[in-house]
Design a protein around this ligand. Structure first.
Ligand SMILES: [Zn+2]
Length: 292
């Protein structure tokens, strides 16, 4: 992907090194959407003790940790390897979805803010989030949050390197933003709330995620950033790498389909392809589709 001369989005906030802390008593019920469910419980009870200790330490130093997260937007260190790629990708998504909104009579596309953070972040609407969760979108504040260290993990641990693999990750989160501002997320979550079994509830999450993959594909099919040979394959490899079956097999050695929340590797790659080939948001209706 040749993004060097493409320009940069104005909606990037660099909040690295801000050192957000979990709020005690608040922010517990976090409703956010992410790229995949990675390492659940990385911190466990031990982590809670450590974080609690940090809270105590700050309190005893006369600093109120609860106000740290509301500090003005800082300008943390830049990550030269990834920042320009993310900035160019976000700019391109703004152009593509502005055009799509216009074509479909959806009015003006409200551009999302994208925050870089490191380690952990105090979001405006979804409480505290640790970077172990991976890149995510917070529907409550309509912002994207990315710790770019994830791109190293995607390449090294998940075997999906390349700039277009990283662009897919950004576009997937933008896909969640599109679902939110068009009201599709709310409709899917209302259906999910009426579901009676855990498996059925999860199936709605899968539809939400596969739609985000498809919207990422629509962006990839329409971006004005010149692509290189092999770029689309990089994105497909990344979509496969974050499939529930692949992640579960790696983590536990077995696969439990009823617990899937994001879709299989094959489904994710297929929906990305559907969006890419059609270049049409209407092709991404994963809700009224029998066969995912
Ligand atoms: Zn997602």
């Amino acid at each position: 992907m040749r993004f060097d001369d493409y320009g940069q989005s104005d909606n990037i906030r660099n909040r690295r090194g801000e050192g957000g802390r979990p709020q005690m008593g608040g922010g517990g019920a976090m409703l956010l959407v992410c790229l995949a469910r990675f390492v659940m419980g990385r911190f466990g009870i031990g982590g809670l003790v450590v974080l609690g200790g940090g809270f105590f330490l700050l309190s005893s130093m006369g600093i109120n940790p609860l106000t740290l997260g509301s500090a003005p937007v800082s300008s943390g260190p830049y990550d030269t390897k990834y920042d320009r790629l993310v900035g160019a990708t976000l700019k391109s998504t703004e152009e593509v979805f502005a055009q799509i909104f216009e074509e479909n009579g959806l009015g003006t596309y409200p551009e999302p803010i994208l925050n870089f953070f490191s380690g952990g972040v105090q979001t405006q609407g979804c409480g505290f989030a640790d970077s172990a969760i991976g890149p995510f979108y917070c529907p409550a504040d309509r912002q994207i949050y990315i710790d770019t260290v994830f791109f190293d993990q995607l390449a090294e641990r998940f075997g999906a390197p390349g700039d277009f693999a990283q662009a897919y990750v950004v576009a997937h989160e933008v896909g969640h933003h599109v679902q939110t501002v068009t009201g599709v997320s709310d409709r899917i979550r209302a259906m999910q709330a009426r579901a009676t079994t855990e498996a059925e509830k999860n199936s709605y999450l899968v539809r939400l995620e596969l739609m985000a993959d498809c919207l990422a594909g629509v962006w990839a099919g329409r971006t004005a950033i010149p692509l290189d040979r092999g770029d689309v394959e990089e994105a497909l490899a990344a979509a496969r790498a974050v499939g529930d079956d692949t992640i579960q097999r790696r983590a536990k050695g077995r696969v439990v389909p009823d617990s899937f929340t994001h879709g299989t590797s094959e489904q994710r790659a297929n929906w990305f392809s559907t969006g890419y080939r059609s270049r049409d948001m209407r092709a991404c209706d994963t809700v009224n589709t029998q066969q995912l």
